[in-house]
Design a binder for this molecule. Structure first.
Ligand code: GLY
Length: 417
């Protein structure tokens, strides 16, 4: 099948690796993808440009990686052009594009989540801080590329973030803090049919022991040894299925990945956030364990036949990824430095994110530069392999977290019920 993948990060490199065996095209791509796909340029915010490229390459399926084209309406434009697309419509992608919309859908569907207040005026910030402290969760209501959420006990920092969001013209959401370890569960959704992938956990803070600023994600592992045996079934039954049914009832059926970001608190899972796409970096380890051809799963959703898909098959064991980030990520990542080392051409070991070729030299071009992957019979073995791979890479000023999955390995994550 001829497939066009839209995006340029580690997630899209993992999608391409999972789609090997097909004729692959990617746009805008990165330097690591050329061995798997023909790389094209495109403005990801332009549905028209994506349709034009899909026509040019004769794509039979378009897989949209990031949220920006989804929220801009790329899936609608492709469907109108008669091209199969994996990714929700603009209206359905509002589950990620507007946190206020997502809250409204969850309330209607009876899904557990944090309570929230939407604030649009600077003068309302103080009262919201009084209501929600001492753990402040302050979110930009729109898309913010992973930088929209501040979770802090520092009232001044919470206030500064709220001010910045409102001054940039967006509403801000104050939320109650959800207790418990976080889970990323990606669900294939086709109308009211929901098929979960393996559960994963991201590490969102920049530094070890969850210190430092929020990032797009510094490392992840799958599956989760601490999750109750019925954990995935509960997230599907208590969150994903009611939301999928509510979207159908509203006349905006969801087709694509519904990324359920949940916290497992004393009453079980509660929603922290939804995304309308695969997560990055969790996709990298999750797809590395998928035995069912990825094209089969994505096509089933794109063609409205997910209910007929045979159960997904997975490798036994665990997978993990460690993200190598550029100096000063996420504040002001340094770019343009040479990357050298082993495994850079092997997508089973290294998946590229912020990389480019400059005069034939592989250089850093973004904050999250590479993802080192490892698999093993135990979680510890998988993590050790990922660290072995990242240690073989040299990039001046770069850093990575040394504690990916450590709490899970040491049995330090406990859930309430
Ligand atoms: N891993 C967080 C995200 O993809 O949004």
């Amino acid at each position: 099948m001829r497939i066009l993948v839209i995006g340029s990060g580690g997630r899209e490199h993992a999608l391409l690796a999972g789609l090997r065996g097909n004729e692959l095209h990617v746009a805008p791509g990165n330097a690591g993808m050329a061995s798997l796909a023909e790389v094209h340029s495109v403005d990801v915010a332009s549905p028209e440009a994506i349709v034009a490229l899909a026509r040019d390459v004769g794509a039979e399926l378009v897989v949209i990686g990031p949220e920006i084209p989804l929220v801009a309406g790329a899936a609608d434009a492709l469907a109108e052009a008669g091209i199969d697309v994996f990714g929700p419509t603009k209206a359905a992608a509002q589950l990620e594009g507007s946190k206020a919309f997502a809250k409204e859908v969850m309330a209607a569907a009876g899904v557990r989540t944090a309570s929230a207040t939407r604030v649009t005026e600077l003068a309302e910030i103080d009262a919201a801080l009084d209501e929600y402290g001492p753990n402040y969760v302050v979110k930009d209501d729109g898309l913010a590329g992973g930088k929209g959420v501040v979770v802090t006990q520092d009232r001044a920092a919470a206030e500064a973030h709220a001010r910045a969001v409102i001054e940039a013209g967006n509403p801000v959401l104050f939320e109650s803090f959800l207790e418990g370890p976080e889970i990323s569960l990606f669900c294939l959704v086709d109308g009211d049919t929901v098929v979960p992938l393996l559960p994963a956990q991201d590490h969102k803070r920049a530094h070890d022991n969850d210190a430092g600023p929020n990032t797009g994600g510094m490392g992840a592992y799958t599956p989760l040894p601490w999750l109750p045996d019925n954990g995935v079934e509960r997230i599907v039954a208590e969150i994903a299925e009611p939301v999928a049914r509510e979207m159908v009832a509203r006349g905006i059926p969801y087709q694509g990945i519904l990324y359920v970001g949940a916290a497992w608190g004393p009453e079980g899972p509660a929603v922290v956030e939804f995304n309308a796409r695969f997560g990055d970096p969790e996709t990298q380890p999750v797809l590395s364990l998928l035995k069912t051809p990825l094209v089969r799963a994505l096509t089933a959703v794109a063609t409205g036949t997910l209910a007929e898909l045979a159960p997904l098959e997975w490798e036994d064991g665990y997978a993990a990824t460690v993200v190598l980030s550029a100096e000063d990520y996420p504040a002001a990542p340094r770019t343009g430095d040479a990357i050298t080392g082993e495994g850079l051409d092997d997508p089973t070991t290294i998946l590229h994110a912020g990389t480019a070729l400059q005069d034939g030299v592989l250089v850093s071009s973004g904050g999250r530069v590479l993802n080192a992957l490892g698999k093993g019979a135990t979680l510890e073995q998988a993590v050790d392999k990922a660290y072995e791979a990242v240690e073989k890479i040299t990039l001046q000023g770069s850093f990575y977290r040394r504690d990916i999955a450590r709490k899970a390995i040491e049995g330090d994550i406990r859930v309430g019920s």
